[in-house]
Design a protein around this ligand. Structure first.
Ligand SMILES: [Zn+2]
Length: 131
């Protein structure tokens, strides 16, 4: 479930833009096992990307509806790939942190944005100065 080939196959199912796929693979490979398995074993978890631009609507796939749990989805604009590679990986790690934390903080008092940045940094993807 955690070899580079497993991670690549899991990500391939989301059919991301090739550049974003490669960045996401590097981030997922760097995640702690506990986090990676939390995401990979959740059949409702989705990563998607979409092309934004004039005349284009935003199409966001959603997971199978469930009475008991809300799907956890991470959606990126494809234009993200035009940013600095370290910034792209920071954004991906930050969004995966939100998914792992179910959009909450690590404690009831913690701001979810700070929590996501802190986890991303812990995983090796700190917020960068450049974009
Ligand atoms: Zn955020």
């Amino acid at each position: 479930m955690s070899t580079p080939a497993d991670i690549d196959a899991w990500l391939a199912a989301f059919a991301l833009d090739g550049v974003l796929h490669d960045h996401a693979r590097q981030v997922v490979e760097a995640l702690p096992q506990e986090v990676r398995l939390d995401l990979m074993l959740d059949a409702r978890f989705l990563i998607a990307d979409y092309e934004s631009g004039p005349g284009r609507g935003m199409q966001v796939p959603v997971g199978q509806p469930s009475r008991h749990s809300v799907s956890r989805s991470v959606v990126f604009k494809r234009s993200l790939r035009r940013n600095h590679p370290e910034f792209v990986r920071y954004v991906i790690a930050h969004e995966l942190a939100h998914a792992f934390l179910r959009n909450a903080g690590r404690s009831p008092e913690e701001d979810p944005e700070q929590a996501a940045d802190a986890l991303a940094a812990q995983w090796g993807f700190p917020r960068t100065a450049w974009r």
